[in-house]
Design a protein around this ligand. Structure first.
Ligand SMILES: Nc1ncnc2c1ncn2[C@@H]1O[C@H](COP(=O)(O)OP(=O)(O)O)[C@@H](O)[C@H]1O
Ligand SMILES: [Mg+2]
Length: 266
């Protein structure tokens, strides 16, 4: 994995990227010491409140999502998702750093749940403080573009991509018991064949007071991008019905969830 960089190297990374301050750097070193990632290679993505950095992981790559310990707008935009989430009941958020770390832990937990449910989401590798390590989605060192950059016309097989998004959407809700909450073509990456759903910090567990509002919005954005496969309200209703199923879960050979022997779109 090459030598681990030490605190002294933080000057080097200040040059590479100001976002990696000493506090963040110490968290990255911790992840290296734990063997979660190896050498840090540099930024490959930029989000609203996070920076995405490519790192080595054995013979392959991983990304580090670095959440900035940030201004009040972060607190405001995130607070609603954490309040009302049963996992964060009783949590007292005393300072912004604490909130950013909570957010990072929440995204890790959501990713782990989604990934275990067979959702097309990056595999989470670990996290420490404000840094989350996960599977790199891309080819070689080039990150996969967002669906919004590719556009519907840029997809090799739009029907296939839509099917994969729908399978993941349903698995998220019915199998993982989550609602993504910020699903849109900005948070779906396209690797040239398949879609990958990223950015799970906003996801809520079922039972959250805004569960249905977020689910409806997620469905609407998917239908809006693909122009189908059904009116959003109908797809939403089916998902909610299927989510109420309490029997055993079954899947067919193509990975569709079967409920009473039927697919979402039968
Ligand atoms: N696992 C990943 N593999 C490759 N690129 C990624 C990955 N996660 C994020 N990115 C890139 O970084 C950008 C921001 O990530 P995202 O999780 O959406 O952050 P934000 O919460 O700030 O929107 C994405 O649009 C994408 O281009
Ligand atoms: Mg995003």
């Amino acid at each position: 994995m090459g030598r681990f960089r030490t605190e002294k190297d933080s000057d080097y990374y200040k040059v590479v990227d100001d976002a990696i301050n000493a506090y963040t750097w110490a968290a990255i070193v911790k992840l290296q010491e734990r063997g979660v990632v190896g050498e840090v290679l540099g930024p490959v993505g930029q989000g609203k409140e996070a920076k995405i950095i490519l790192a080595r992981r054995g013979d392959a790559y991983a990304v580090l999502k670095v959440f900035y310990p940030v201004p009040v707008r972060f607190v405001k935009s995130r607070y609603g998702y954490i309040l009302g989430d049963p996992r964060f009941r009783g949590l007292k958020i005393s300072d912004q750093l604490h909130l950013v770390e909570t957010w990072c832990r929440k995204e890790f937990g959501n990713l782990a749940r989604a990934h275990a449910a067979g959702v097309r989401a990056p595999k989470p590798y670990g996290f420490y403080r404000n840094v989350l390590a996960m599977e790199f989605i891309g080819v070689g060192k080039t990150p996969a573009p967002q669906l919004v950059e590719v556009g519907l016309d840029g997809l090799d097989d739009p029907d296939h991509v839509l099917s994969e998004v729908l399978k993941s959407l349903e698995r998220t809700y019915v199998v993982a018991g989550l609602v993504h909450g910020d699903l849109s073509p900005f948070n779906i990456l396209y690797d040239g064949r398949d879609p990958w759903i990223i950015d799970w910090g906003s996801a809520v567990r079922r039972g959250h007071p805004k569960e249905l509002e977020y689910l409806r919005r997620d469905v609407e954005r998917v239908v809006e991008f693909f122009g189908g496969p059904a009116p959003p309200e109908e797809l939403f209703k089916r998902l909610v019905e299927r989510g109420a199923w309490r029997g055993p879960l079954d899947f067919d050979g193509e990975g569709w969830l079967l409920i009473g022997g039927r697919r979402l779109l039968d």
